[in-house]
Design a protein around this ligand. Structure first.
Ligand code: NAP
Length: 310
């Protein structure tokens, strides 16, 4: 099969599309012919070596990036029920493998039926962020009546998180640069800018205080976010590798926290009801994987970057 891959860590141009060994669905897994796959910051951070070793296992090379995908089921592993060859699905790879989706075929460890309301591109970039957002919202106990602050609401994880939180009945305040405020309002979020003075701006928007804070930005603002929440246990970060120094829990796929995989079916149902979308910040063919990684590394993507697979 063909795949986007790299044999050495380095700049985006280490990425090439070439031949790779076809994967097969093991017990409890399915294989899909990939139509679209998401690009997440972890993809370029792994490729460049930017993720500190305590947060990742050694990366066997060559490595195929891509944590999630949408496509058509073409192989069903032992013990799998409720899905058939030919079904359209979206889902995540075995996240411990840190990739494998940016290819002609990908093995999914968890999935849900692709709702017609989501295009292949939207569905292809949905699953990883839905899993992350669900895991984080569960850790924070976000439910009806929660006031949630999301630091970094305009990106891939942020846009999914705010919609899933709103669907739980939470009131959501999200930070973004001013150019993204109208966009966030459209997702049901009360926007404000990040940076100095955040506590005062949030206090004006939520005089009763916020119950929970999710840091998606990893921009070094945890001391402010803890002060806004009142205590560190009300703050979770998915992005700040120094979170522990601030008493804040850092969650990632290997952190041992309960995975948010039940969020896949929740997001699919919400999409079918018109209450969940995947705003796309960039769509590239697989052969332009390097361009997609470069865009992701700017840190200012609005929504999700996706690669399409021919
Ligand atoms: N732990 C996990 O399980 C997990 C899973 C997925 C992702 N992540 C991590 O989570 C982070 C975000 O991922 P993503 O996919 O959402 O990234 P993304 O799509 O690249 O989005 C980044 C967003 O951050 C915003 N931003 C930039 N500087 C900011 C600042 N100083 N304060 C607040 N917001 C700021 C940008 O909005 P503006 O343009 O408005 O500035 C942009 O929309 C990355 O570090 C990624 O590695 C962790």
């Amino acid at each position: 099969m063909f795949a986007l891959q790299y044999s050495e860590l380095g700049p985006p141009d280490v990425l090439t599309v070439g031949e790779a060994e076809e994967p097969h669905a093991g017990p409890g897994e399915i294989r899909i012919a990939v139509r679209a796959t998401g690009v997440t910051p972890a993809d370029w951070k792994l490729r460049s070596g930017a993720i500190r070793s305590e947060f990742r296992p050694d990366l066997p090379l060559p490595h195929i990036p891509g944590m999630d995908a949408a496509g058509v089921v073409d192989e069903i592993g032992e013990g799998v029920t409720g899905v058939a060859v030919g079904d359209a699905v979206f889902g995540v790879v075995d996240l411990a493998k840190l990739g494998g989706a940016a290819a002609e075929f990908a093995v999914l460890a968890a999935w849900a039926a692709k709702p017609d309301a989501l295009s292949w591109e939207e569905a292809g970039g949905a699953a990883g962020n839905v899993e992350t957002a669900t895991r984080a919202l569960d850790l924070l106990g976000v439910t009806a009546g929660t006031t949630l602050l999301v630091e970094g609401a305009a990106g891939g994880v942020g846009t999914v998180t705010v919609q899933l939180a709103a669907a739980r009945g939470a009131t959501v305040i999200g930070t973004a640069r001013e150019a993204n405020h109208h966009f966030l309002t459209g997702l049901g979020v009360t926007p404000t800018t990040y940076g100095p003075g955040l506590a005062e701006r949030v206090a004006a928007l939520a005089p009763q205080g916020v119950d929970a804070v999710l840091d998606v930005a990893g921009s070094g603002s945890l001391p402010d976010l803890v002060a806004i929440a009142g205590e560190a246990r009300r703050v979770v970060s998915v992005a700040d590798m120094d979170a522990r120094e601030h008493g804040v829990h850092l969650t990632w796929a290997g952190s041992g926290d309960a995975p948010g995989l039940d969020g896949l079916a929740v997001a699919a149902d919400l999409a079918a009801e018109g209450r969940f979308t995947v705003p796309l910040g960039g769509v590239f063919p697989l052969t332009d994987g390097a361009k997609a990684h470069e865009l992701s590394a700017t840190g200012h993507v609005r929504g999700k970057i996706v690669l399409t697979v021919p």
